[in-house]
Write a protein that binds this ligand. Structure first.
Ligand SMILES: *[C@@H]1O[C@H](CO)[C@@H](O)[C@H](O)[C@H]1NC(C)=O
Ligand SMILES: *[C@@H]1O[C@H](CO)[C@@H](O)[C@H](O)[C@H]1NC(C)=O
Ligand SMILES: *[C@@H]1O[C@H](CO)[C@@H](O)[C@H](O)[C@H]1NC(C)=O
Ligand SMILES: *[C@@H]1O[C@H](CO)[C@@H](O)[C@H](O)[C@H]1NC(C)=O
Length: 468
């Protein structure tokens, strides 16, 4: 008591010290409050969960890895959904991995991890220097790749899971998300031509998909990512040569993919939460495509779905048969008068033709490692006026599909570079921009870039294009 009085007197004498102590107290109070409110918010949410009716899950030795960085609200939203739809008996473990040091995210992740809901938190705090060599805008791609490798190494090599579902904090998930992965998991072990199972459909807009066939699944050569499951043995292989940046495009390269495909749904089971994603997501480049992706209207119990038809041999035989029976149409004939009970096919012989098709029907128009998005042996399925249409690559040949040839023999990097030229053309060679010879190495055009203040680096960054 005596000591206390002494301290008080001392404090009263020293105004600065008093303010300082008051500040400390206020901050400590705020910190404590935010800790408590974090925990309360989500335990409140999980209390009166509406469990989906689907209860048959088979996800042994599987964890969900949530990739997070600096978006607290996004992580909270994503976790709320995972906790709501996660199988309850036993609780599938969730591992939150944070890249960087945003404190609010660390605090939120820590509070989840201390909740005894089978959630753990791993923290990638120290980034290697590789990203610092490049532009600030490009640096994130290096950080992201480094974080993925670090986190996947930990969950597979240290924690020892045999399959992992990788998600990202800005994704919304469907209520049958776990049912989908539980039903397809065994395919990863039974068919080594399957690289991953993904919940994402790149052409998942409502108008492009058959929403009445929400249980329909496909194979795709084009790695979709965005909510995907892989095995430890695939990770062991990928980890050894993981790239410094652009890891998703790297996974699409023929020497990495090795002819393997991913499973993807007709109706996407993940969607970008555009409110929470912020502008960090794909530079807003694919914003209109991303925001058109729709989750299913009603959940599917995938344990009742025959997923064995996705195994390569069976799938390829039935795809060949469907294509044989489809009616060939030119782009001009693909119009409002299609019969929804029939299937159609249309051939794209060049990247330019594919772009025209993509633009007309609002498909994703980019080409990576020679492949359009969702392509399987060059075939891009979509819905047009209610009817199923298959866009067929000019190099497609039924024998190729049926004789076990790798789909990589159909794709060529030349298409990627031709497609880049078409992007270049669309961006710069327009009546309101440059109307001369359209080529990044054209002296007149280089001079125009300089005059307009683009700088020399812009035409240089397009030097790999092939004019077509
Ligand atoms: C959850 O929080 C809301 C307000 O955010 C409150 O009205 C409700 O009573 C809480 N429910 C439980 C079960 O604590
Ligand atoms: C947590 O996950 C592990 C698998 O890693 C499982 O064995 C355990 O039963 C789960 N705990 C609960 C409470 O469901
Ligand atoms: C629409 O396509 C059908 C064939 O599918 C064709 O007969 C018809 O002429 C086309 N109509 C237009 C307006 O292009
Ligand atoms: C399809 O490919 C096979 C070999 O893979 C070849 O023998 C055949 O001539 C090709 N067919 C066509 C129509 O190009």
């Amino acid at each position: 008591m005596l000591l206390f009085n002494k301290v008080c007197r001392c404090v009263k004498r020293n105004r600065t010290l008093m303010y300082f102590l008051a500040c400390v107290l206020v901050f400590a109070g705020l910190w404590l409050f935010s800790q408590l409110s974090d925990v309360q918010n989500f335990s409140n949410e999980t209390k009166d969960v509406e469990w989906p009716t689907i209860q048959v899950y088979d996800l042994p030795e599987t964890a969900v890895l949530v990739m997070a960085a600096n978006r607290e609200a996004a992580l909270r939203n994503h976790m709320n959904q995972l906790l709501k739809f996660r199988p309850s008996d036993p609780l599938v473990p969730i591992i939150i991995s944070q890249d960087g040091n945003k404190e609010s995210v660390t605090r939120l992740a820590t509070s989840y991890a201390s909740s005894s809901l089978n959630i753990s938190f791993i923290h990638h705090k120290y980034r290697s220097s590789s990203g610092r060599r490049v532009d600030r805008i490009l640096r994130n791609y290096f950080y992201i790749a480094e974080h993925f490798k670090w986190a996947l190494d930990r969950v597979f090599f240290e924690m020892g899971y045999s399959t992992v579902i990788v998600t990202e904090d800005d994704l919304d998930i469907s209520s049958d998300f776990f049912s989908y992965f539980a039903a397809t998991r065994h395919l990863l072990f039974e068919d080594n031509s399957i690289l991953c199972v993904s919940a994402w459909n790149d052409n998942g807009a409502a108008s492009l998909t058959d929403r009445s066939k929400s249980d329909l699944l496909h194979r795709t050569d084009f790695f979709p990512g965005l909510g995907w499951m892989l095995t430890a043995s695939v990770w062991k292989e990928l980890s050894a040569s993981w790239p410094e940046a652009y890891w998703d495009d790297w996974l699409r390269m023929p020497e990495v993919r090795k002819g393997r495909a991913c499973i993807r749904p007709e109706v996407s089971r993940t969607a970008h939460n555009m409110k929470l994603a912020g502008k960090g997501s794909s530079e807003g480049l694919f914003k209109s495509f991303l925001s058109s992706i729709r989750l299913p209207d009603t959940p599917v119990d995938f344990s009742n779905v025959d997923v064995s038809s996705l195994k390569k041999k069976e799938y390829d035989i039935s795809l060949a048969a469907v294509l044989r029976d489809s009616m060939p149409l030119t782009f001009e004939q693909l119009n409002n008068t299609l019969d929804a009970t029939k299937t159609y096919k249309t051939i794209y012989k060049t990247p330019r033709e594919f772009k025209i098709l993509a633009k007309k029907y609002k498909l994703m128009g980019d080409i990576r490692s020679g492949m359009p998005r969702t392509s399987y042996y060059g075939i891009v399925p979509f819905i047009c006026n209610g009817a199923r249409v298959y866009a067929v690559h000019g190099n497609f040949n039924e024998t190729l599909l049926l004789d076990g040839s790798s789909s990589s023999s159909l794709y060529t990097e030349i298409w990627t570079r031709m497609c880049r030229y078409l992007d270049f053309e669309e961006q710069f060679c327009r009546s309101d921009k440059w109307t001369g010879s359209c080529h990044p190495e054209d002296p007149g055009m280089i001079e125009w870039f300089e005059r307009k203040g683009y700088g020399v680096s812009v035409p240089k960054s397009w030097s790999d294009v092939i004019v077509n």
